[in-house]
Design a protein around this ligand. Structure first.
Ligand SMILES: [Zn+2]
Ligand SMILES: [Zn+2]
Length: 644
């Protein structure tokens, strides 16, 4: 008999050779039906593998990340089986699971394939899924495996076999398809209840342009039909919210080949939005005791050698700028931190000065390969809402707490409601990986966890995810359609103070190293605006949106009254524009809705006579008539409520 320990700590005594599926069966038949894989002593395996020693066991279903990956990887085999049935003679390279689904790299030989063929592939996959063919594992000697694929004339699998050691080779068979694979796989193909081929793309064999081009077939599968439908709806919704599309429609930013790839140009409305975000954060930072600093866009190469950034970004990044007369080398700055260290060093510091908090909207440049560039989320030049706090070890907790308060304030005003904090700590197995005294690490790790609890944050702790120079806390946000983004980071750093030999004089009159905290609530203005656009689908919060009110006279006769209303609103610092084109008012309303303007004021005979406005709120419809002053007050109080 062996002992099986389940995640809740409960134990079962079972015969040696019992499988994870048997254990699931012993709990409930419903559970057994949903098990896709099993984590046995930390290793993910086929759930029908016999367990022969005492083990901790976790049964993995679609709701576990590894369960999902097992289903998608198994689905790549199902896709291959379908393709082999439809296109005899096709050959396969590799078929891994990815973030959403899986792909398989395929050599279609003489066959050609286009998106018109997708439905036939999907039906074939479903036909094979319904057969509930089990995935059967067999071990094979290298010689037998080589013979099998030589017989098949499959140069791709022969190439894969070359790299494998005899005694480690396993095959998996389901239905009419056999593949060289390490596994694990789900019990049978019947777990797939919906399959979709998403796309095809060219992919060089082994990513090498001198080698043959294969076809990468992307697919996704689900254990329920409704889940596929929900996923496709989400994709449609994400497409409608794509910041590149909305950025164009709302006139926010532009990219010009002539200026260069990955270098965004902010158009007036986008610049207005970004500057308002910056002012908002500057004001919040001023209240929180930050001091603004400004540093140049380039720095001497020596600065980045000292900071260690040259080793990290130097060689394959932008090339140095030379001063011909003096023979110096300058680099576009990849980080603001080294500059801020030099500001700290600009004069002697005493413990009484600490903490000091230097803030800068600092523009940095990093070389990204052109294939990696993506709208505003991946660019070559971007502005961080950066700040560095220099403090004593004992001040870390309070300072991290203040940063958390600031981030929570920002999330609230920008309507990000669903988030967790990820706390990244040292890997206890690898204590030598980290620089800085143990005692300081212990203090800082404890401080971060305590303060996150005190602030009532939902946290997950990740061991081994800390940077080599210090622990950190990152906010992971879910947007309005459920996608996850990392926003707002707080990092403790023992490294740069050491490299720059930063010091302050303590109460004991001797010299000490300060701790440095890097923090950026938005991260970068470019990426943050992109996420915000997609989160609110271009309908920015009232306080932030470039145009708050559109004034719509129903005919030319009321243009003059419209101008007067506009003046009154302007005096109240409300951003309003008059649409005085000779169009029907219905059409003007539709334009304003497309531009996602929160308020519309409709002006006609009655309004002009009584000096009132008829108010429409985007998404809510008619709010009725009121005086201009009452409307201005309505907006003022709505904004005050959001920013309090
Ligand atoms: Zn496999
Ligand atoms: Zn920094």
């Amino acid at each position: 008999m062996i002992n099986i320990t389940l995640p809740d700590g409960s134990q079962r005594q079972v015969e040696s050779g019992t499988t994870a599926l048997d254990v699931a069966m012993g709990i409930s038949e419903g559970l057994a039906r949903n098990v896709l894989a099993a984590e046995v002593n930390g290793e993910v395996l086929d759930p029908q593998r016999p367990i022969t020693e005492d083990a901790s066991l976790k049964l993995l279903t679609w709701n576990d990340e590894e369960g999902k990956r097992t289903m998608w990887h198994s689905s790549a085999h199902l896709l291959a089986e379908a393709l082999e049935a439809l296109y005899p003679g096709v050959k396969f390279w590799v078929g891994p699971p990815i973030e959403n689904g899986f792909y398989y790299d395929v050599d279609f030989g003489d066959h050609t394939i286009s998106d018109k063929d997708f439905p036939a592939i999907e039906s074939k996959m479903m036909e094979l899924a319904k057969q509930k063919n089990p995935f059967v594992r067999s071990e094979m000697s290298k010689a037998d495996a080589l013979a099998y694929f030589e017989e098949k004339g499959d140069e791709y699998k022969l190439d894969l076999l070359e790299g494998l050691e005899d005694g480690t080779i396993t095959f998996y068979n389901q239905g009419n398809f056999t593949d060289l694979c390490r596994g694990p796989h789900m019990p049978h193909t019947g777990h797939v209840k919906a399959a979709k081929v998403m796309a095809i793309a060219g992919a060089y064999w082994k990513g090498d342009e001198s080698k043959k081009q294969l076809t990468r077939v992307y697919g996704i599968t689900f254990p329920k039909k409704q889940e596929l439908n929900a996923y496709l709806e989400l994709l449609e919704e994400a497409k409608a919210r794509d910041h590149r599309k909305l950025g164009k429609e709302l006139d926010l930013f532009h990219f010009s080949e002539k200026v260069g790839q990955g270098l965004p140009l902010w158009l007036p409305k986008g610049a207005d939005l970004r500057m308002r975000l910056e002012s908002f954060l500057k004001e919040a930072q001023r209240k929180a005791g930050y001091e603004g600093v400004i540093t140049p866009h380039i720095g001497n190469k020596e600065l980045y050698i000292t900071s260690g950034h040259y080793a990290k970004y130097g060689e394959d990044s932008f090339q140095p700028i030379h001063t011909p007369a003096e023979g110096e080398e300058y680099l576009l700055k990849p980080m603001n931190c080294p500059h801020h260290c030099e500001i700290f060093k600009s004069r002697p510091r005493s413990y009484r000065d600490l903490p000091v908090r230097f803030a800068e909207f600092g523009t940095v440049y990093r070389y990204e390969q052109s294939g990696e560039l993506h709208g505003l989320t991946r660019v070559r030049g971007f502005t961080q809402d950066d700040a560095h706090i220099f403090c004593t070890v004992d001040q870390v907790k309070e300072e991290v707490g203040k940063v958390i308060d600031l981030v929570l304030y920002i999330f609230r005003t920008l309507q990000f409601e669903d988030f967790i904090a990820q706390v990244s700590l040292r890997d206890p197995e690898n204590p030598d990986k980290y620089i800085g005294a143990d005692e300081n690490w212990n203090k800082a790790e404890k401080a971060i966890q305590e303060v996150a609890d005190e602030k009532g944050l939902k946290t997950v702790v990740e061991l081994g995810e800390a940077a080599f120079y210090g622990p950190k806390l990152d906010f992971m946000v879910r947007d309005a359609i459920g996608r996850k983004w990392q926003l707002g980071t707080v990092q403790i750093d023992y490294n740069l103070p050491e490299r720059f030999e930063l010091e302050y004089v303590g109460a004991d009159n001797s010299k000490h190293r300060p701790v440095m905290i890097h923090r950026a609530p938005f991260g970068s203005m470019e990426r943050f605006v992109a996420i915000l656009i997609e989160h609110c689908a271009g309908k920015f919060p009232l306080w932030l949106t470039p145009e708050q009110v559109k004034i719509l006279p129903i005919s030319d006769r009321f243009n003059e009254y419209a101008e007067r209303v506009s003046k009154v609103l302007e005096n109240h610092d409300i951003r309003a524009l008059v649409d005085d084109r000779s169009e029907k008012v219905g059409k003007k309303i539709r334009y304003a809705e497309l531009e996602k303007v929160p308020y519309m004021l409709i002006l006609g005979e009655n309004e002009a006579k009584e000096e009132t406005v008829s108010v429409r709120r985007q998404g809510e419809g008619d709010l009725g008539g009121m005086s201009v002053e009452a409307f201005a007050e309505h907006i003022r109080s709505e904004i005050a409520e959001m920013l309090k």
